[in-house]
Design a protein around this ligand. Structure first.
Ligand code: GRF
Length: 208
Protein backbone atom coordinates (compact mmCIF):
# COMPACT_ATOMS: atom_id res chain seq x y z
CA UNK A 1 0.00 0.00 0.00
CA UNK A 2 1.24 3.49 -0.85
CA UNK A 3 2.00 5.96 1.91
CA UNK A 4 1.50 9.68 2.37
CA UNK A 5 3.05 12.18 4.72
CA UNK A 6 0.89 15.28 5.24
CA UNK A 7 2.62 18.52 6.21
CA UNK A 8 0.64 21.20 8.02
CA UNK A 9 1.09 24.48 9.87
CA UNK A 10 -2.20 25.08 11.65
CA UNK A 11 -5.82 24.09 11.76
CA UNK A 12 -5.36 21.09 9.52
CA UNK A 13 -8.82 20.88 8.00
CA UNK A 14 -7.38 19.84 4.63
CA UNK A 15 -5.34 17.13 6.33
CA UNK A 16 -8.54 16.05 8.07
CA UNK A 17 -10.33 15.88 4.72
CA UNK A 18 -7.55 13.64 3.40
CA UNK A 19 -7.73 11.37 6.46
CA UNK A 20 -11.51 11.12 6.27
CA UNK A 21 -11.51 10.41 2.54
CA UNK A 22 -10.62 6.78 3.10
CA UNK A 23 -7.92 6.91 0.44
CA UNK A 24 -6.24 3.73 -0.77
CA UNK A 25 -3.06 4.69 1.11
CA UNK A 26 -1.63 4.82 4.59
CA UNK A 27 -1.17 8.24 6.15
CA UNK A 28 2.27 7.46 7.52
CA UNK A 29 2.63 10.70 9.48
CA UNK A 30 1.48 14.26 9.94
CA UNK A 31 4.35 16.71 10.27
CA UNK A 32 3.94 20.31 11.42
CA UNK A 33 6.38 23.20 11.50
CA UNK A 34 4.39 24.67 14.40
CA UNK A 35 4.15 22.86 17.73
CA UNK A 36 0.77 24.46 18.47
CA UNK A 37 -0.86 23.42 15.17
CA UNK A 38 -4.40 22.32 16.03
CA UNK A 39 -4.34 19.62 13.37
CA UNK A 40 -1.77 17.63 15.33
CA UNK A 41 -4.38 16.70 17.89
CA UNK A 42 -6.81 15.32 15.32
CA UNK A 43 -4.01 13.22 13.80
CA UNK A 44 -2.87 11.90 17.17
CA UNK A 45 -6.45 11.00 18.12
CA UNK A 46 -6.64 8.99 14.93
CA UNK A 47 -3.47 7.13 15.87
CA UNK A 48 -1.46 8.77 13.12
CA UNK A 49 2.17 9.41 14.10
CA UNK A 50 2.89 13.13 14.42
CA UNK A 51 6.12 15.05 14.38
CA UNK A 52 6.99 18.70 14.88
CA UNK A 53 9.87 20.31 13.00
CA UNK A 54 9.72 23.78 14.49
CA UNK A 55 11.14 26.25 11.98
CA UNK A 56 11.96 28.69 14.79
CA UNK A 57 14.52 26.28 16.15
CA UNK A 58 16.66 26.34 13.02
CA UNK A 59 19.11 29.11 12.16
CA UNK A 60 18.35 29.15 8.43
CA UNK A 61 15.90 27.95 5.85
CA UNK A 62 18.41 25.38 4.65
CA UNK A 63 18.77 23.97 8.15
CA UNK A 64 14.99 23.76 8.54
CA UNK A 65 14.65 22.14 5.12
CA UNK A 66 17.27 19.56 6.02
CA UNK A 67 15.43 18.69 9.23
CA UNK A 68 12.11 18.48 7.41
CA UNK A 69 13.68 16.30 4.72
CA UNK A 70 14.90 13.95 7.42
CA UNK A 71 11.44 13.80 8.98
CA UNK A 72 9.92 12.97 5.60
CA UNK A 73 12.53 10.39 4.67
CA UNK A 74 11.94 8.40 7.82
CA UNK A 75 8.64 7.38 6.25
CA UNK A 76 9.85 7.03 2.68
CA UNK A 77 6.48 8.33 1.44
CA UNK A 78 5.14 7.88 -2.08
CA UNK A 79 3.50 11.30 -1.73
CA UNK A 80 4.06 14.39 0.38
CA UNK A 81 0.85 16.42 0.68
CA UNK A 82 1.33 20.01 1.83
CA UNK A 83 -1.94 20.99 3.49
CA UNK A 84 -2.02 24.53 4.79
CA UNK A 85 1.76 24.45 5.18
CA UNK A 86 2.86 28.05 5.40
CA UNK A 87 6.62 27.91 4.77
CA UNK A 88 8.45 28.26 1.49
CA UNK A 89 10.61 25.22 0.77
CA UNK A 90 14.01 25.38 -0.91
CA UNK A 91 14.83 23.88 -4.29
CA UNK A 92 16.80 20.94 -2.89
CA UNK A 93 13.93 19.54 -0.87
CA UNK A 94 11.38 20.28 -3.57
CA UNK A 95 13.64 18.66 -6.16
CA UNK A 96 13.88 15.51 -4.11
CA UNK A 97 10.11 15.12 -4.22
CA UNK A 98 9.58 16.26 -7.79
CA UNK A 99 6.35 14.78 -9.10
CA UNK A 100 5.57 13.40 -5.61
CA UNK A 101 4.65 16.55 -3.70
CA UNK A 102 1.25 18.24 -3.93
CA UNK A 103 -0.01 21.50 -2.45
CA UNK A 104 -3.40 23.14 -2.07
CA UNK A 105 -3.55 26.87 -2.67
CA UNK A 106 -6.60 29.05 -1.92
CA UNK A 107 -6.92 30.79 -5.29
CA UNK A 108 -7.40 30.02 -8.93
CA UNK A 109 -3.73 29.94 -9.87
CA UNK A 110 -1.95 31.65 -11.49
CA UNK A 111 -4.03 34.45 -9.98
CA UNK A 112 -3.21 35.43 -6.41
CA UNK A 113 -0.06 33.51 -5.69
CA UNK A 114 1.27 33.99 -2.17
CA UNK A 115 -0.60 35.11 0.92
CA UNK A 116 -3.94 36.81 1.73
CA UNK A 117 -5.57 35.47 -1.41
CA UNK A 118 -9.17 36.09 -0.34
CA UNK A 119 -8.58 39.70 0.72
CA UNK A 120 -6.78 40.37 -2.55
CA UNK A 121 -9.54 38.74 -4.59
CA UNK A 122 -12.10 40.99 -2.89
CA UNK A 123 -9.91 44.05 -3.41
CA UNK A 124 -9.62 43.27 -7.12
CA UNK A 125 -13.36 42.76 -7.43
CA UNK A 126 -13.06 39.38 -9.13
CA UNK A 127 -16.39 37.62 -9.54
CA UNK A 128 -15.02 34.08 -9.56
CA UNK A 129 -12.48 32.79 -7.05
CA UNK A 130 -11.45 29.34 -5.91
CA UNK A 131 -8.68 26.93 -5.11
CA UNK A 132 -6.06 24.84 -6.84
CA UNK A 133 -4.22 21.59 -6.19
CA UNK A 134 -0.85 21.60 -7.93
CA UNK A 135 2.44 19.77 -7.97
CA UNK A 136 5.10 21.62 -6.04
CA UNK A 137 8.03 23.06 -7.99
CA UNK A 138 10.78 25.38 -6.78
CA UNK A 139 8.87 28.48 -7.96
CA UNK A 140 6.26 29.29 -5.31
CA UNK A 141 2.65 28.47 -6.28
CA UNK A 142 3.67 27.72 -9.84
CA UNK A 143 3.66 23.95 -10.36
CA UNK A 144 1.54 21.92 -12.78
CA UNK A 145 -2.16 22.23 -11.95
CA UNK A 146 -4.04 19.01 -11.08
CA UNK A 147 -7.53 20.31 -10.33
CA UNK A 148 -9.28 23.60 -9.60
CA UNK A 149 -12.60 24.51 -8.03
CA UNK A 150 -14.33 27.79 -8.79
CA UNK A 151 -16.75 29.57 -6.48
CA UNK A 152 -18.71 32.76 -6.96
CA UNK A 153 -17.78 35.96 -5.15
CA UNK A 154 -21.10 37.23 -3.85
CA UNK A 155 -22.20 40.75 -3.00
CA UNK A 156 -21.60 41.38 0.67
CA UNK A 157 -18.82 38.79 0.98
CA UNK A 158 -16.12 39.56 3.46
CA UNK A 159 -12.82 37.72 3.73
CA UNK A 160 -14.17 35.14 6.18
CA UNK A 161 -17.25 34.33 4.11
CA UNK A 162 -15.23 33.94 0.95
CA UNK A 163 -12.53 31.88 2.69
CA UNK A 164 -15.19 29.53 4.07
CA UNK A 165 -16.78 29.07 0.63
CA UNK A 166 -13.40 28.29 -0.90
CA UNK A 167 -12.39 25.98 1.95
CA UNK A 168 -15.44 23.77 1.42
CA UNK A 169 -14.20 23.18 -2.11
CA UNK A 170 -10.61 22.61 -0.95
CA UNK A 171 -11.97 19.68 1.03
CA UNK A 172 -13.58 18.34 -2.16
CA UNK A 173 -10.70 18.71 -4.59
CA UNK A 174 -7.70 17.76 -2.45
CA UNK A 175 -8.84 14.19 -1.69
CA UNK A 176 -9.83 13.82 -5.35
CA UNK A 177 -6.39 14.92 -6.54
CA UNK A 178 -4.61 12.64 -4.08
CA UNK A 179 -6.76 9.69 -5.14
CA UNK A 180 -5.85 10.32 -8.79
CA UNK A 181 -2.20 10.50 -7.80
CA UNK A 182 -2.42 7.19 -5.92
CA UNK A 183 -4.09 5.60 -8.91
CA UNK A 184 -1.13 6.71 -11.02
CA UNK A 185 -3.35 8.74 -13.31
CA UNK A 186 -1.66 12.14 -13.17
CA UNK A 187 0.52 12.56 -16.22
CA UNK A 188 2.65 15.70 -16.41
CA UNK A 189 3.10 16.73 -20.04
CA UNK A 190 4.76 19.98 -21.05
CA UNK A 191 4.13 21.45 -17.61
CA UNK A 192 0.41 20.58 -17.57
CA UNK A 193 -1.34 17.68 -15.87
CA UNK A 194 -3.45 15.30 -17.90
CA UNK A 195 -5.75 12.86 -16.14
CA UNK A 196 -5.30 9.44 -17.68
CA UNK A 197 -7.87 6.70 -17.79
CA UNK A 198 -11.25 8.45 -17.70
CA UNK A 199 -13.09 11.57 -18.71
CA UNK A 200 -13.51 12.83 -15.14
CA UNK A 201 -13.08 16.57 -15.01
CA UNK A 202 -10.16 18.43 -13.52
CA UNK A 203 -12.40 21.23 -12.33
CA UNK A 204 -15.40 21.79 -10.08
CA UNK A 205 -17.97 24.58 -10.45
CA UNK A 206 -19.55 25.30 -7.13
CA UNK A 207 -22.65 27.49 -7.07
CA UNK A 208 -23.15 27.50 -3.32
C1 GRF B 1 -6.22 26.65 3.44
O1 GRF B 1 -7.09 27.62 2.91
C2 GRF B 1 -5.06 26.42 2.54
O2 GRF B 1 -5.39 26.41 1.19
C3 GRF B 1 -4.21 27.61 2.87
O3 GRF B 1 -4.33 27.75 4.27
C4 GRF B 1 -5.55 27.20 4.70
C5 GRF B 1 -5.20 26.10 5.66
O4 GRF B 1 -6.32 25.50 6.21
N1 GRF B 1 -2.88 27.50 2.38
P1 GRF B 1 -6.23 24.11 6.97
O5 GRF B 1 -5.01 24.19 7.90
O6 GRF B 1 -6.08 23.01 5.95
O7 GRF B 1 -7.49 24.03 7.74
Amino acid sequence: MKSIVVVISGRGSNMEALVRADLPARIAAVVSNRPEAAGLRFAAERGIPTQVVDHERYPSRDAFDAALAQALERHDPDLVALAGFMRVLGGDLVGRYEGRMLNIHPSLLPSFQGLHTHARALEQGVKVHGCTVHFVTPALDHGPIVIQAAVPVLPGDDEAALAARVLRQEHVIYPRAVRWFLEGRLVIEHGAVRLAGSDERQFVWSHE
